[in-house]
Ligand binder design. Structure first.
Ligand code: HGY
Ligand code: MN
Ligand code: MN
Length: 418
């Protein structure tokens, strides 16, 4: 983003650039240029310290809830009907700079913009950073919002373990969060009248319509399944092909079957993470563990695709004499965002004559989706000219980011008016 800033720009834009510049280097890998802000690691803890600093610099009441989510309040949330915005600060492995942080930085910048306009909130106002949205370290997405919404039990959360065998409770404890306090937070959520998450679009719809900002309509149903192909370890050089129980071909053929089934159904299916034991070049594996991420516009399509992939996996496992276990590790049903709130955002943003803000569906999961069963939620998307996300190449133009801040300021001002 450009360094020189015209002095006439809106306060929200100026503060956006300042915060963006401060946060940008945190957790960025020098070789890949991607972000490795995994939950409860030093990079994530540094992002959380940044959040607290921004909150306190604005005189907001800062707190961490029982699930480690960070909140910054203007006014007393106990008065109810609070207007809340925010997103997450953690990333996928080598993720981009915008997925999550754009929503949190824009939240603070939008508050600055509303204050500069001399507007006042007639309701309590909050900014939130939900912990562990990507699930990059412990394998489950949206842990902080799922716990708060009662869609993940403390017992399930306590069982989450990273690749090094560190459990979620130990990781949270190391970051100063009491893991024995985890649990649903209905009282906190009951105080929220509207939650609006601003997020970089993870697709190119806005680039095609030529709009800087859009509104989310729905989130596709999606889930994660773990496939364990178990065979027999043996010597790669001396074991005849006919004598092998090699799990790798079964896994490979399942990956190809997943792609074929998704193509046939207009869905998506991705095997992007695999673990091989013992993972030696000259040792036939005993175990190939692969994770499927699959999503579709409708539930029955998703069921059909995943069912076909499971059938294919079983057939290929049988063919190679290997055992197969499949575990569904997470699932999020279709989310239809609150229609009244969605339409209110469209009204506020469309107030300029003839400005029609596009309403977009998405295959990406979000904390707003997890909360949608407990709180009226909506999302704003900011144009992503390439659509690329979960990659160091993720990008949104500076003018579009500022347009997002100003749109969010309009929305917050409109929603928080008594
Ligand atoms: O996977 C998702 O859709 C989100 O980025 N957690
Ligand atoms: Mn993401
Ligand atoms: Mn995200």
């Amino acid at each position: 983003m450009r360094g020189d800033r015209p002095q006439t720009e809106p306060a929200g834009a100026a503060s956006f650039h300042r915060m963006w510049r401060d946060l940008l280097p945190v957790g960025r890998h020098p070789a890949s240029g991607g972000y490795r802000r995994y939950a409860w690691t030093p990079a994530d803890v540094e992002c959380r310290a940044w959040f607290r600093e921004q909150a306190e610099a604005r005189g907001l009441a800062y707190e961490v809830d029982r699930n480690g989510n960070q909140w910054a309040w203007l006014g007393d949330p106990a008065d109810g009907d609070a207007v809340v915005t925010g997103s997450h600060l953690d990333s996928v492995p080598d993720g981009g700079a915008f997925d999550g942080p754009l929503g949190v930085v824009s939240a603070f910048a939008a508050l600055d913009e509303v204050r500069r306009r001399g507007a006042r909130f007639g309701k309590p106002f909050g900014i939130v950073n939900f912990g562990d949205e990507e699930g990059a370290r412990f394998g489950l997405a949206c842990v902080g919002s799922r716990l708060a919404a009662g869609r993940l039990t403390p017992e399930q959360a306590h069982r989450l373990t990273d690749a090094d065998g560190v459990t979620l409770p130990r990781a949270m404890e190391a970051a100063g969060i009491d893991p024995d306090a985890l649990g649903p937070d209905p009282e906190r959520l009951s105080r929220i009248g509207a939650f609006v998450e601003l997020h970089v679009e993870q697709g190119r719809a806005l680039d095609l319509t030529g709009d800087r900002v859009g509104i989310a309509g729905a989130i596709w149903p999606h889930g994660r399944w773990r496939f364990d192909f178990r065979g027999e370890a043996n010597h790669a050089g001396t074991t005849r092909l006919a004598d092998r129980r090699d799990p790798m071909p079964s896994y490979a053929e399942t990956v190809l079957a997943a792609r074929r089934q998704a193509e046939l159904a207009g869905a998506v299916a991705t095997f992007a993470k695999v673990a091989v034991e013992p993972n030696g070049v000259n040792a036939i594996p005993s175990l190939v563990r692969g994770w499927l991420d699959s999503r579709a516009p409708e539930q029955d399509t998703l069921d059909t695709v995943v069912g076909a992939i499971l059938d294919a996996a079983r057939a290929h496992a049988d063919k190679h004499g290997v055992d197969l276990d499949v575990v569904r590790e997470s699932f999020t049903p279709v989310v239809e965002f609150d229609h009244a709130l969605r339409d209110e955002l469209a009204r506020i943003l469309g107030k300029d004559a003839g400005l029609k803000v596009p309403v977009l569906g998405t295959g990406a999961g979000h904390d707003a989706g997890i909360l949608s069963g407990s709180v009226p939620t909506a999302m704003l998307f900011v144009r992503n000219p390439t659509g690329v996300s979960h990659s160091p190449d993720e990008y949104a133009a500076e003018d579009d980011c500022v347009a997002g801040v100003l749109a969010l300021a309009d929305v917050l001002e409109g929603l928080a008016r008594r």
